[in-house]
Write a protein that binds this ligand. Structure first.
Ligand SMILES: Nc1ncnc2c1ncn2[C@@H]1O[C@H](COP(=O)(O)OP(=O)(O)O)[C@@H](O)[C@H]1O
Ligand SMILES: O=C(CO)[C@@H](O)[C@H](O)COP(=O)(O)O
Length: 485
């Protein structure tokens, strides 16, 4: 049988076709625009997601035997607020995970409701990109639109709704709404009250590998598939990526270098970081995880290359970089503010330490290093909780860069394991589809069959020492500049 994974990312939707043995048959990617209508705001049109996903599905399956397609599932950019009215029309553009407009609502939740109370209700505190502060923002700034809300959902759930008509979400993605009691995997009545919403406005909760429906007649016809094709709940893109890289069970780690940068640590038990610097979320394998999230990771490199250097040739730009660990230039990767661990939507990016002899290569290197230092900040929080991370998987667009993987291995002093495909979330989503259709008994068994490590990047003692020294300096920059913003 064949399975389809749809990764609804921020830069593009990536679709992957896989057979029951885990062999990847085809990958297709379709871009859509990202809008920044005000400084710090970030929006997309759900209709663009749907249109490009449909276009992608047609291209993906153009040459295959469509009668063999058994299931479709998703990995989706998390936290985005999608709101529908009585007629199922989208009320406003989706407010994305990296949108920083909710500074006041986040502050209200963390100080007036209080971090301890929020953590008791949801296992997490408020961050600007989370869904609950966006609901409060709509209530205050767009009261007429707020009154029209009949359905609240997350980005990938909009795709599931359009494909099969089921109003659903999964526990990994719902964890990032700040509306779910993560430990008990149910909606928090207290949080719904705080946000002035009801359970009827929220989707039904599923585990990521559960079947939520099958293709609607008109969709099946348009795609040339049968109505038998099952739709499986799917997961937030990081949980899906973790499945795609085999990051399941106890204490495994995955780094995603997409538009955002995340460090994901799987856990068989529910755990909360007492300072809530790391998120405590449900995993797609039925268990839990801790996660730190940088708002700008590969997007820093994209911005630096495309906007400033005016090139899209990342490989060429990185080619002249030879002096690892010896750069005098530092880059703070906060183009959209920062989530983990600073929770500061106002801070912005900076270059520090240039002199007359600074080169373009050194600045490019500083960008790659700055992102690695930002990821290390979250790793340090995990280490302070007694979690020992000696190796990690890696995925996402930035993982295509061998240089970046080397920098990360040495900045973090971890062994970086590279798997066959960087398409972590799409692969994980296809695996969730295979589990949902009964091809495998559970997610962990599926990962053992599908995930193949093809390369390992080892940290090198001398470089680790040089980067340790540089990281200690990097740590001082945020406290020194944060009040400027
Ligand atoms: N060789 C490369 N080196 C560095 N960055 C890259 C490379 N190839 C792609 N990228 C970056 O990867 C990002 C896309 O990664 P992806 O995981 O698909 O993100 P998302 O899920 O957020 O859409 C883009 O920012 C792109 O610029
Ligand atoms: O906000 C988070 C995780 O908490 C982000 O990781 C988003 O889920 C977007 O992911 P990418 O588009 O970068 O994959």
């Amino acid at each position: 049988m064949l399975y389809i994974g749809i990764d609804l990312g921020t830069s593009a939707v990536k679709l992957l076709l896989m057979d029951g043995n885990g062999e990847i048959k085809k990958i297709v990617s379709k871009e859509y625009p990202l809008f920044f209508p005000n400084p710090g705001w970030s929006e997309q049109n759900p209709e663009d997601w749907f249109e490009q996903s449909m276009n992608g599905l047609k291209e993906l399956t153009a040459e295959c035997d469509k009668s063999q397609i058994a299931g479709i599932s998703f990995g989706g950019q998390m936290h985005g607020l999608v709101v529908l009215d009585e007629e199922d029309n989208v009320i406003r553009p989706a407010i994305l995970w990296n949108d920083g407009r909710t500074g006041e609502e986040t502050e209200y939740l963390n100080t007036v409701v209080g971090k301890e109370t929020l953590s008791k209700y949801t296992a997490n505190i408020a961050f600007a990109g989370f869904t609950a502060p966006k609901i409060l923002w709509m209530k205050r700034h767009e009261p007429e639109r707020f009154q029209k809300i009949k359905k609240i959902m997350l980005p990938k759930d909009y795709l599931a709704y359009r494909l099969c008509g089921t109003f659903c979400t999964d526990v990994s993605d719902a964890s990032g709404m700040l509306l779910m009691d993560v430990k008990n995997k149910c909606w928090s009545k207290e949080m719904l009250e705080i946000c002035s919403i009801t359970e009827e406005q929220l989707p039904k909760l599923y585990e990521s590998y559960e079947v939520v429906g099958s293709l609607k007649k008109n969709i099946a016809e348009e795609l040339g598939m049968t109505e038998e094709v099952k739709v499986i709940a799917g997961a937030g893109d990081n949980a899906a990526a973790a499945v795609g890289t085999g990051t399941v069970g106890e204490g495994m780690c995955n780094i995603s270098l997409g538009t955002s940068g995340t460090i994901f640590i799987s856990s068989k038990k529910f755990k909360v970081d007492e300072n809530n610097a790391l998120h405590s979320f449900a995993h797609a394998d039925g268990n839990y995880h801790l996660m730190g999230c940088m708002l700008s990771a590969a997007s820093c490199n994209k911005w630096w290359s495309e906007e400033i250097l005016k090139t899209t040739d990342f490989v060429n730009e990185q080619a002249g970089i030879t002096k690892l660990g010896e750069n005098n230039v530092f880059y703070l990767p906060y183009l959209m503010g920062e989530r983990s661990p600073h929770n500061d939507p106002k801070v912005r990016a900076a270059f520090i330490g240039m002199s007359m002899d600074t080169t373009r290569e050194e600045m490019t290197q500083a960008v790659l290093e700055g992102v690695a230092f930002g990821l290390r900040d979250s790793l340090e929080v995990a280490r302070s909780l007694g979690i020992n991370i000696a190796r990690t998987k890696i995925c996402g667009g930035g993982a295509k860069s061998p240089l970046w993987k080397k920098i990360i291995a040495n900045v973090m002093n971890v062994k970086v394991e590279v798997i066959e495909s960087e398409e972590g979330p799409a692969l994980g989503a296809a695996m969730l589809a295979a589990v949902g259709c009964g091809e495998y008994p559970d997610v962990e068994t599926a990962t053992k069959q599908f995930v193949k490590t093809i390369d390992t990047v080892e940290p090198e003692k001398e470089l680790v020492e040089k980067y340790e020294e540089r990281y200690q300096k990097f740590k001082n920059i945020y406290p020194a500049v944060k009040n400027l913003f």
